[in-house]
Design a binder for this molecule. Structure first.
Ligand SMILES: [Zn+2]
Ligand SMILES: [Zn+2]
Length: 454
């Protein structure tokens, strides 16, 4: 009796021609029996899940009715890729044959269902349907990545005070009896004894550091002075500023102060790339490949933000490219939110400039795999980062996160804001609206995810 299994490999035609029908049947039967131990364990594992599902109904798992198999498959259709669903069918088939039962998965309705699923989930369709990474998700991730730890906030605060008062004695700053801070709407007055200074919008980073530290109610008593000293020294070294910090910080140029404050966070360069990748990618709705291929010469500053040239894309492989606007979320860029794409891009450009200075070439990648080598950033690497940021932000652990989710998130969020499809296509650069529709994910009220409509 020939045993037909989903994973059975047919005999090559030239071999088959040499054999009689009986011999062919025998060969096929032996081949079907020869299931590797690993394969068997996979089948048993997949079947055990099906059995548990059946036990809860309760319905018979062995033999299973085609109707229950169909229900089981359809219930999980949204969660499983094509390969996984096929593995489940193979497992149910295998266990039935092992038990000497008829293979229930051969039933016509199941075959029809599988071929319908294959049309929507098979190899030529999106391999896995990624969840959309929407505006809210991008903002939450950018805020988490950009948030300073209490330790970093303290170092920034001390740097700001040293700058404002011009003292070079750390002990003065830590003397809570002498340090006085008055916060106003857009400035902070700082004094230690007779030394006074003001922090305002010329030094926004220092002002923010003082406001944040003061409002969090943190105090400096019992702070370890030596530890603090070496932390500021480390920030100075990471910032690559000449000399050593022990001199008077008030002599720093505002731009250098800003840069030193940023580098109080040990992983600042990495953070700047991460935040810009999320915010620029979301604002422009780009694919990872287009982000990875973005070069310094593709960026042009203009009033209110930037002009970004997408030199080449999947929909425009040989074209002259398309330019997309990347605007500050505040008209003049002075009062932007922390989740402004143009500001994030500028912060990343500052990192590039500071790291490479005059050697920064026009052909430098904006989003390289690492900032030192400038090598191309692969989709797989970026996806791993994306999943880490997603998890660190505490977003839905069940969501399927990949780089494609960024572009899908742009389209989905715009559509949720009721932006007309034709206007969305101006951003995503889709010529074909049917293709664009595939990027617009619908909210799934059962799983609380954003998926393609099923
Ligand atoms: Zn901005
Ligand atoms: Zn989901």
């Amino acid at each position: 009796m020939p045993v037909d299994r989903p994973e059975g490999v047919p005999l090559p035609v030239d071999v088959r021609d040499l054999l009689s029908d009986t011999e062919v049947s025998l060969v096929e039967e032996f081949a079907a029996r020869h299931v590797s131990a690993r394969r068997r364990r996979q089948h048993e594992y997949a079947f055990a899940a099906f059995q548990r599902w059946c036990a809860l109904r309760p319905v018979e798992a062995l033999p299973a009715s085609p109707r229950d198999i169909l229900r089981y498959l359809h219930l999980h259709r949204d969660r499983w890729g094509w390969g996984q669903m096929w593995g489940v069918v193979a497992a149910i088939s295998f266990m039935h044959l092992e038990a000497g039962l008829l293979d229930a998965t051969r039933e016509g309705r199941i075959r029809e269902y599988l071929s319908a699923v294959r049309r929507s989930k098979g190899r030529y369709v999106e391999k896995k349907q990624m969840d959309a990474i929407r505006t809210e998700d991008v903002a939450a991730m950018a805020r988490t990545l950009g948030a300073a730890s209490p330790d970093v906030a303290r170092v920034r605060f001390v740097i700001a005070i040293l700058y404002a008062t011009g003292t070079d004695r750390l002990a003065d700053v830590l003397d809570s009896g002498r340090l006085r801070i008055q916060l106003h709407d857009d400035a902070a007055r700082v004094s230690i004894g007779t030394r006074r200074g003001i922090l305002d919008d010329l030094t926004p980073g220092a002002l923010a550091a003082v406001c944040e530290f003061t409002s969090s109610g943190e105090h400096l008593t019992k702070t370890d002075q030596t530890g603090l000293e070496s932390q500021i020294g480390d920030a100075w070294a990471r910032a690559g500023l000449p000399g050593s910090w022990s001199k008077n910080l008030s002599r720093l140029a505002p731009a250098d102060l800003q840069w030193l404050l940023a580098n109080a966070e040990p992983g600042y360069h990495e953070t700047a790339r991460a935040v810009a990748y999320l915010l620029v990618g979301h604002a422009l709705g780009r694919r990872h490949a287009e982000m990875a291929n973005l070069l310094l010469c593709h960026l042009t500053e203009r009033p209110g933000g930037w002009q970004v040239l997408i030199a080449q894309s999947k929909t425009d492989p040989h074209g002259r490219g398309e330019t997309l606007p990347l605007d500050h979320d505040d008209d003049n860029g002075l009062d932007c939110d922390t989740i402004c794409g143009a500001c994030a891009l500028e912060a990343l450009l500052e990192v590039h400039l500071r790291c490479h200075g005059r050697s920064l070439a026009d052909s430098a990648r904006i989003f390289p795999a690492d900032l030192a080598s400038g090598a191309r950033w692969s989709t797989a690497q970026a996806a791993r980062f994306l999943r880490t940021w997603w998890a660190e932000t505490g977003l839905d652990p069940e969501a399927r996160i990949g780089t494609r989710g960024i572009r899908a998130g742009t389209a989905t969020s715009l559509s949720e804001r009721e932006v007309p499809l034709i206007d969305i296509s101006q951003i995503t650069l889709h010529r074909n609206l049917t293709v664009l529709l595939r990027y617009i994910r619908r909210y799934d009220p059962v799983r609380w995810h954003y998926h393609l409509p099923v």
